[in-house]
Structures are given as C-alpha cells and as structure tokens.
Write a protein that binds this ligand. Structure first.
Ligand SMILES: [Zn+2]
Length: 49
C-alpha cells in the first residue's frame, strides 16, 4: 500500500465503503503512516460538518 493508493481509498474509507481485501492493508498503512492518518482525520472532520 503506497501513500498515493491510501489517499485514493480514504474518501471511501471514511464513508465505510472500503471492505476486505483492501480494508486491512489500508488500516495497516494508516497505523504506520502519520501523514495519511492526519489526512484521514482531516477528511473525517470535513465529512461530519
Ligand atoms: Zn501514507
């Protein structure tokens, strides 16, 4: 999972639309990549407005 791939999936991920087999590597990447984790939190904050 690259950062670019991760970012492409984040929009769907925060909507709960990403399922296995993509979900596990995505969550693994988020745990190990602070940049993508911050991106996820920023998107999530936007989506809840
Ligand atoms: Zn990343």
């Amino acid at each position: 999972m690259t950062c670019e791939h991760c970012r492409n999936l984040l929009f769907e991920y925060i909507e709960g639309l990403v399922e296995d087999p993509q979900r596990s590597p995505l969550e693994g990447h988020l745990q190990g990549c602070e940049a993508c984790r911050q991106e996820e939190q920023a998107l999530e904050a936007c989506s809840h407005v």
